[in-house]
Design a protein around this ligand. Sequence first.
Ligand code: ADP
Length: 550
Amino acid sequence: MNTDSSEFHLGVVGQLDQLIASLPPGEMLRRELLDLRMEVAEQEEMIIEARQAIEKMDQIIKKLSSPANRIGTFLSAANLETAQIVVAGSDYFCNCDPRVEMRSLRRGTRVLVNEAYVIVGDLGYDRTGPVTKVSELLGPDRLRVGTEHGVQSLVLHRSDALMDAKLKAGDEVRVDSNFKVAVEVLAQPHSDEYFLDSVPELPWEKVGGQQEALHAIRDAIELPLLRPDLFRRFDHQTPKGFLLHGPPGCGKTLIGKATAYNLTHQLQKQTGQEMREYFMHIKGPEILNMWVGESERMVREIFSTAREKRKEGYLPFLFIDEAESILGTRRATRHSSILSTLVPMFCTEMDGIESLNQVVIILASNRADLIDPAVLRPGRIDRKIKVNRPNREGAREIFRIYLTPNLPYDPALVREKGTAAEAADALVEKMIDLSFSHRPENRFLSITLRSGKREILYRSDLISGAIISSIVERAKGLAIKRAIAGNEDEGISESDLRLSFEAEYSENDIFPPTDITEDWLQLIDYDSENVVKISPIRAGTEKRMVSHVI
Ligand code: ADP
């Protein structure tokens, strides 16, 4: 329009210019024509400005009165021009404006659609929207979500952005506003990071006084793991793990880790392939104290993490501590409603594991009698292995594990014995005598039985690997303090160990601080039915002073 009017403008003004030029100078008409030309030019200018203003107004009115574009979710392209989208919950097969590159649209991105439901713009992925939990993976491109707490269950597509994402049941995903596509995985504390525990170098020799238990473990799982071919040939059922039971501090966790360390090493040696353990340390009560519904999610997630890690080449170990708290019979706990779902769920998950070549499950408990028999059925965890308190010989082995010849010992003792190794041996023997003698100071518990009989338990009846390692650690602490005070040459002495021994029995938090019989019953191997009362035999002031010093 602009050009037209300027042509017109040029036309009239130009014609006038030609006319004026053709008139001889001094002609009267020439003067009038010049005035006219100026007037025409001015008016033309005004007309152009007015037209431009009208045009602008037109545009504004059009913008204000045109309907808003809808926003939909792109699902897939049927061909180069047609796409499947969903807008406000309804599906459409629609055309695409040629100015929008259909190939660049991704499943799950938002698209602008006009009144005719033609895609006219690409808005990319939404950054907000509802969040839900994955309950099942359906093939490579679909997910089932939201079955917990009665929320309707839905099947969603994975967005293009999530096609390669490692998802598993329990993950939280953000969903597009049309509830068709999962578009983002939200970070949350996954069981893998949450429960992963490190396994130090732990050859079997670092577990003292547990020959029988170690023998049983090696029998139960080493062979099936290292010779699965034989077990298949004889159609012999392999266990999926084992239950370690026994009093606290006697090495159940240590044995669990040693199993992980040694089996992985043996497998690595046998196959020549790089193999690492993946040790998940699960504390039963932690799972139990989760929000309603979360315990179940965690159990599912733990198993799915373990399977995932197996695929990644790790050998996963599920070590479930205080297993009776989540896998106990109903009468075992107050949380019977949670347990009624956890036990069957755990059994189903376990049945889904083919053998311990996939995942090794280790349960640990002080109260194996409370574990639901369904968990301990053949084909599940059918090996029960007792981890006993160390006897005299066992305690000697454990002291030797911690009092190694490379440590600095009391120089007088080393001189007397000849070498550090012999000094260490002498200290071990002293400690064994100290721990196992039935001297009055070692009396620890008085037990009144239903029959009226009274029995005395000595410190050695409650000794454990944890106590021994702790005694040695305390003694090292005393020697270090002396070294800091300037006596650099002094090493661990008999007196350090004696003081530590006393302190340990009065302070170790394995021992209940109260006189409540129930609490003490957990630590001893007596049938609760037969025991009327357990009273700790408190030492006099001498003991308290010693513990204060340390
Ligand atoms: P539990 O799981 O039976 O309660 P732990 O395995 O946690 O006992 O033992 C705690 C610590 O005590 C271990 O980390 C280890 O240092 C020491 N310990 C326990 N038993 C033994 C053992 N048999 N041999 C060597 N150390 C032991």
